[in-house]
Design a protein around this ligand. Structure first.
Ligand SMILES: [Zn+2]
Length: 412
């Protein structure tokens, strides 16, 4: 990606000559180092304090879990997140990206023995791909789909093994088209270092995955995150309205009451009198039935590229989940997107902004991208670098662990 270097050198928001106070803790909210497993060894030496690393497809779920085995945050290592000069750690995030949602099928299409046959594979792909592919060769080359229930069981298993893990990368994408098949002579173009399953420069076919199918896969994973009370990292491209509606459906009946100022004061003093903790406070303000929650407690809109209007819907006081927006140089500071991004950053509440690299390889370049993005946020918000780095660290800790950073400081 040669244009990355142009972006690094020319995008607005740079503060030349000012050194980023890395010692205060810089955190990546979304990246993909498992795409290049050979870079794993670079993670401990990175300047960033911690990375949230995303799974996307069948081939990388276990790699994300393996990365977590070797350098994942543990109960013992959490205190190091607040200490300068400590090694960079990771938080795993498990889930299926919308670009791979076609590989997941509804359990109802399974044969009587719970298996996938050639004919129900064809039925599945023809019903969820648009336009329905006449080219049976193309469909036959696609992998056998995995039943949704088994996929959710697998993610649930990983989440149980990794108590700090998130759910992601999940979401909706209306512009993505399925890559064409690998041809025998393409194999020489494949990068031996890359985890299989990605696009790797393949041409795109005319086929898209129907949005209804993507919604079903997204909703199931949002519900799982609610069940397990884990935060999620969400991808949304050319689908900002339908993405909001899909997420909103998961908290129907759990909206927070929007109280008048007087009623709110009365409510707050009642809560104080009962010395309720933060979690109780949330529950008291919820008007819905007291069944298990089906929406994630915290949601990060990663590399947010939507309009400010959609953003306002997420920050309505009735929304019971805590919403964060993260920004990356690679998506948000392209020459075509940078000006809009600055305006969106200004519109996001100070305590809800995160930064990310969204990069496929750990190491120095990931640090560079984070530095550029932090400086851009500080410029847009009018923050000093010290104030900005502290605020972004506090936001990341809140998003990842729910606790406010002041509370974390007390614990550590
Ligand atoms: Zn991503």
């Amino acid at each position: 990606m040669p244009w990355i270097h142009d972006v690094l050198n020319s995008a607005p928001g740079d503060i030349p000559g000012q050194t980023l106070p890395w010692h205060l803790g810089v955190f990546d909210a979304h990246c993909h180092p498992t795409d290049t497993p050979s870079c794993q060894g670079k993670i401990p030496q990175m300047k960033a304090r911690a990375l949230i690393i995303m799974a996307t497809r069948g081939e990388d779920q276990d790699r994300v879990a393996q990365f977590a085995e070797s350098c994942g945050v543990t109960q013992i290592s959490i205190p190091r997140l607040m200490k300068p000069d400590s090694h960079c750690q990771i938080i795993p995030s498990l889930g299926w990206h919308p670009w791979f949602s076609h590989q997941i099928c509804d359990d109802s299409i399974l044969g009587s023995e719970g298996t996938i046959t050639q004919s129900n594979k064809l039925i599945h792909y023809r019903s969820i791909i648009s336009p329905p592919p006449e080219d049976h060769e193309f469909v036959r080359s696609l992998p056998d789909p995995r039943p949704l229930s088994r996929l959710l069981d697998q993610i649930r298993g990983y989440l149980r093994q990794h108590p700090y893990a998130l759910v992601g990368e999940i979401g909706l994408d209306r512009s993505f088209r399925l890559p064409e098949n690998w041809l025998p002579n393409n194999h020489t173009e494949r990068h031996p270092d890359m985890t299989p399953g990605g696009r790797e420069g393949r041409r795109l076919s005319p086929f898209k995955v129907r949005i209804e199918h993507q919604k079903k896969i997204l909703k199931a994973q949002l519900n799982l995150a609610g069940e397990m009370q884990r935060a999620v990292s969400v991808h949304g491209v050319a689908a900002h309205g339908v993405l909001f509606e899909t997420i909103r459906d998961t908290w129907k009946g759990f909206e927070r009451e929007v109280l008048s100022r007087k009623a709110r004061k009365q409510r707050e003093s009642a809560i104080k009198a009962h010395a309720g903790d933060e979690e109780d406070e949330g529950r008291v303000l919820q008007s819905g039935p007291s069944t298990s929650l089906l929406y994630p407690p915290r949601i990060c809109l990663h590399s947010y590229s939507g309009p400010p209007d959609t953003l306002r819907q997420y920050f309505q006081p009735s929304v019971p989940a805590e919403i964060f927006c993260s920004f990356s140089v690679l998506v948000n500071l392209k020459p075509s997107t940078a000006a809009k991004t600055i305006e969106v950053i200004k519109a996001v509440p100070d305590d809800k902004i995160l930064v990310e690299s969204d990069l496929h390889c750990a190491g120095e370049h990931m640090d560079e991208l984070l530095e550029r993005m932090v400086k851009c946020v500080c410029t847009a918000k009018g923050w000093s670098l010290e104030k900005g780095v502290k605020q972004l660290a506090s936001n990341w800790l809140r998003f990842t662990f729910r606790r406010k950073s002041e509370e974390l400081h007390k614990i550590l």
